[in-house]
Design a protein around this ligand. Structure first.
Ligand code: ADP
Ligand code: MG
Length: 232
């Protein structure tokens, strides 16, 4: 996809989201304005329940706001067809879900190769790249293991490898240190940062872990679905 270097990769304009009905509703995102560009490492910090996962899935077009506009790669999300949005997500966005969303019936390598099928490449190349990524994440020994045989931290590393598979321009990571012992968690974030820097990608992480801030260019706080930029 063509994009000018000054153009935001992703943008939210006056986005609000409410869940529930008229009797009982929760505002999950409150008038959010946000933009991110290639080469940026961004952290959204907030406690549990503050709206971090909703923010990230809304950015990726996995759910829609009640009001406002989400623009992905220069175009309003609503102007993409469902198919276009699916392909865009598969090719241009690497998403590390809070609960990983690995497929239990597939090995680590197969889980990673599966997303590679959306970019045209030979199977042998896909397998080689998947194995290299597992190696980069320090879990090459898991290549033939199934998610049911992995610890939470191991699943997290496989999920990150999968998010890097397609050389996506935008990497979204939900609690990247969440399930890892503290030192390992920071090591993972450092590795993600290096990958993103090397390729001038854009990384947006959401976390409750203040220590991730030192690996980010811009830090925002989220509280009750409202986002404000912190000075660093
Ligand atoms: P975080 O990731 O920061 O923990 P979430 O985005 O998961 O926060 O949730 C924000 C708020 O929205 C919470 O109050 C949560 O209970 C509520 N929420 C999230 N998803 C749903 C849902 N599907 N139905 C009802 N409430 C939800
Ligand atoms: Mg969450």
């Amino acid at each position: 996809m063509q994009k000018k270097s000054s153009e935001a990769i992703v943008e939210m304009i006056n986005v609000s989201k409410t869940l529930g009905d008229e009797n009982r509703s929760t505002t999950v995102l409150q008038n959010v304005n946000f933009r991110a560009h290639a080469g940026e490492l961004i952290l959204i910090l907030g406690p549990s329940g503050s709206g971090k996962s909703t923010f990230l899935t809304t950015l990726a077009g996995l759910q829609s706001p009640n009001s406002g506009l989400v623009r992905l790669f220069g175009k309003n999300i609503q102007e993409y067809s469902a198919r276009e949005l699916q392909l865009l997500r598969a090719r241009q966005i690497g998403f590390v879900f809070q609960t990983f969303n690995l497929i239990d019936a597939l090995t680590a390598t197969e889980n990673i190769v599966l997303v590679g099928k959306f970019v045209r490449s030979k199977r042998k190349n896909l397998v080689d790249r998947a194995i290299n990524l597992l190696d980069l994440l320090g879990v090459s020994y898991l290549a033939r293991s199934y998610p049911g045989q992995m610890s939470q931290g191991e699943k997290q590393r496989v999920a990150i490898a999968r998010a890097l598979m397609n050389h996506a321009d935008l990497i979204l990571a939900d609690e990247p240190t969440g399930n890892l012992p503290s030192e390992q968690g920071l090591e993972i974030v450092k590795m993600l940062r290096n990958e993103v820097r090397r390729n001038n990608r854009c990384l947006i992480m959401v976390s409750h872990d203040q220590r991730v801030a030192s690996f980010s260019d811009r830090v925002f706080s989220i509280q009750d679905g409202a986002i404000t930029q912190q000075s660093k």
